[in-house]
Design a protein around this ligand. Structure first.
Ligand code: PAN
Ligand code: ZN
Length: 194
């Protein structure tokens, strides 16, 4: 039998996420190249100081079956052209694994998509839990004017596959139109099925 792992106590600040993370991952505008419809607007942001788009605060949990990995994500408020700041988005490497997102602060959307191009979106605000069933790729989008903060929990052996989204994008994108967030067809989307 493997050595027993010790229980972990984690303090989570609803406005900032995990207070003492083992690892902080920062994603800047330059990490999001090719993901926004308006490439000129992205170039402009790059030249204006390459701002941070989001931050992940992770706790060290073994990436193994039986464990539950958890972390918090903060997406900053902002837009690239009309399109709101968002995460890269991914499928799990082991696609038959689910995930739970729980909103702590701010507001936004949990956008999901299957390999076949079926799309679903959940409006997130504090107290809303979004369940991502197995086989749904997922991305989150900050449609508010302050930080959008959420806790995520997923199986230890899920893994991450970013390639599908990098190559095909999401079928829908979230843009501001007349002061409101609306879901529109993404002109850059290419279907996996050709
Ligand atoms: C989340 C995400 C996190 C950042 O913890 O990893 O929100 O988004 P990207 O990984 O798409 O950059 C999760 O879904 N983990 O599986
Ligand atoms: Zn995930």
């Amino acid at each position: 039998m493997k050595e027993l792992m010790k229980p972990i106590r984690t303090l989570v600040d609803f406005k900032r996420g995990v207070v003492n993370p083992d690892r902080v991952i920062e994603r800047k505008t330059s990490d999001m190249q090719g993901m926004y419809a308006d490439e000129l607007a992205l170039k402009k942001l790059l030249s204006q100081g390459n701002p941070f788009i989001y931050q992940i605060r992770e706790v060290n949990i073994p990436e193994e079956t039986g464990h539950i990995i958890y972390s918090t994500t903060v997406i900053y408020p902002g837009k690239v052209g009309d399109e709101y700041f968002m995460t890269k988005g991914h499928f799990h490497a082991k696609e038959g694994t689910a995930e739970i997102y729980f909103c702590l602060e701010g507001e936004g959307y949990l956008l999901m998509q299957t390999r076949q191009g079926r799309v679903s979106a959940i409006h997130m605000k504090p107290g809303v839990l979004g369940y991502i069933p197995p086989y749904w790729g997922h991305r989150t989008i900050n449609t508010g004017n302050k930080e959008f903060v959420f806790l995520t929990l997923f199986p230890g052996d899920a893994g991450h596959n970013y390639e599908i989204i990098e190559k095909c994008g999401f079928a829908k994108m979230m843009v501001e139109e007349d002061g409101r967030a609306i879901l529109k067809d993404n002109p850059k989307y290419t279907s996996l099925n050709g």
